[in-house]
Design a binder for this molecule. Structure first.
Ligand SMILES: *Cc1c(COP(=O)(O)O)cnc(C)c1O
Length: 398
């Protein structure tokens, strides 16, 4: 009966795309243990180091002592703890919106928000490099979806002109794109949305805690908080815990609370992760120096790699996409990095286009200068071995 599965798995293997899990034996810190071996971690979303912060752990432990390990029910039945309500107030205030709603993950938030708000007769305009959870939200919605070319505002405008007969329109975009690390052109998106009467939703998974004066993300970074209808994000990246959320107007939040199936039919997040999230947001708002340090660290490595002749996708975030070329070369590069004690995965098609395989680095605020220097030195060493360094880039960046 399941022969077709092994056949397909065999095909995946032959294409060099078979996926396996790597086992981590310690916390997600700058130094961790990969299958028994100490490595420097350059691929964690724990950007600010909060997932292993002692204050976060204390709050999680206190919450377990007071409320137990599980919430025991969905939010609309018996699982709605005072902690959930406090977290939602804190998120709304952090994001500068009237209200917020917490889901069990960012994935479930995107799926729930998009599929609930957009109905038959509506249209969703979605950037071609949006996160998989946005894509699945669009697929689950009964609305039509139109994909516009990545950050291409001429294309977005053309597509908006072709959908004027639809009832409601929603433009949805990642704030910072997870594979390239570039920032979405929100000022242009907002002005097109106003011109053509569309709502705007931004997924700030990779900018919350990092960009903007208070760390609220790309909307704050561009001063557009009031112009963006839905600010979605995750509690699992810089906030260092788990869960997803959306911040918006009272009426939007009330609507989602009543209608979003991935909110209604899910057990409420457990007390420990909610308490940790509350503490993570507090720390982010009070210790702005963490994100300053993070961006400085990223800038140091980005500049160093460019000057050494690597080509990187342009950006100014802690996601560094170091272009290698073929999938085989990227995989070999990543394997060599691991032999030298650095864990950073190769990203291959179909996640990225053919010939654009890359090493995707994520920088942390807690990376020490000598760790960054070691990474740079190791990249250059492997780049030379593999003959990947372009002298053209070296000249240009001088
Ligand atoms: C990680 C991520 C998500 C999903 O968030 P989880 O909390 O991990 O489910 C959604 N959107 C983007 C852009 C992400 O990077």
């Amino acid at each position: 009966m399941t022969d077709y599965l092994s056949q397909e798995l065999q095909q995946i293997r032959e294409q060099g795309l078979f996926r396996t899990l790597r086992r981590i034996d310690a916390s997600s810190d700058t130094e961790t243990v990969l299958e028994g071996k100490k490595v420097l971690l350059f691929s964690s979303n724990n950007y600010l180091g909060l997932a292993n912060d002692s204050r976060m752990k204390e709050k999680a432990i206190e919450a377990i002592k007071q409320f137990g390990t599980g919430s025991g029910g969905s939010r609309l039945t018996t699982g709605n703890l005072s902690l959930h309500e406090q977290l939602e107030r804190d998120i709304a205030s952090f994001k500068g919106k009237e209200a917020s709603l917490v889901f069990s993950s960012g994935f479930l938030a995107n799926v729930g928000i998009i599929s609930t708000l957009m109905k038959q007769g509506d249209v969703i305009l979605s950037d071609s490099l949006n996160h998989a959870s946005i894509i699945d939200g669009c697929r689950l919605s009964k609305a039509d979806t139109v994909i516009y070319n990545h950050v291409d505002m001429n294309d977005l405008e053309k597509k908006l002109q072709s959908v004027t007969s639809y009832q409601r329109k929603l433009i949805v975009t990642d704030g910072v794109f997870s594979m390239d690390g570039n920032i979405a052109p929100l000022p242009a998106i907002v002005s097109l949305a106003q011109k053509y009467g569309a709502m705007v939703m931004v997924d700030d998974a990779h900018s919350t805690g990092i960009l903007g004066k208070t760390g609220a993300g790309t909307a704050e970074y561009f001063g557009l908080t009031n112009q963006i209808d839905l600010l979605m994000g995750t509690l699992s990246k810089s906030i260092g815990a788990e869960g997803g959320y959306v911040a918006a107007s009272h009426s939007l939040i009330q609507y989602l609370r009543n209608k979003a199936r991935s909110f209604i039919f899910q057990t409420a997040l457990s007390p420990s992760v909610v308490a940790a999230s509350i503490e993570g947001i507090r720390i982010i708002r009070e210790e702005r120096e963490r994100s300053v340090r993070l961006l400085e660290n990223a800038e140091f490595l980005r500049n160093g790699l460019k000057k050494s002749g690597f080509s990187l996708v342009d950006g100014s975030t802690p996601i560094l996409a170091v272009l290698i070329g073929s999938a085989q070369d990227a995989v070999h590069f990543s394997k060599r990095l691991e032999e030298e004690g650095i864990f950073a995965p190769a990203i291959r098609p179909p996640t990225v286009p053919e010939g654009m395989s890359r090493i995707r680095l994520t920088i942390m605020a807690t990376h020490r200068q000598e760790q960054l220097e070691y990474a740079l030195h190791t990249f250059v060493k492997i780049g030379k071995e593999m003959n990947l360094l372009s002298t053209k880039n070296v000249m240009q960046s001088k």
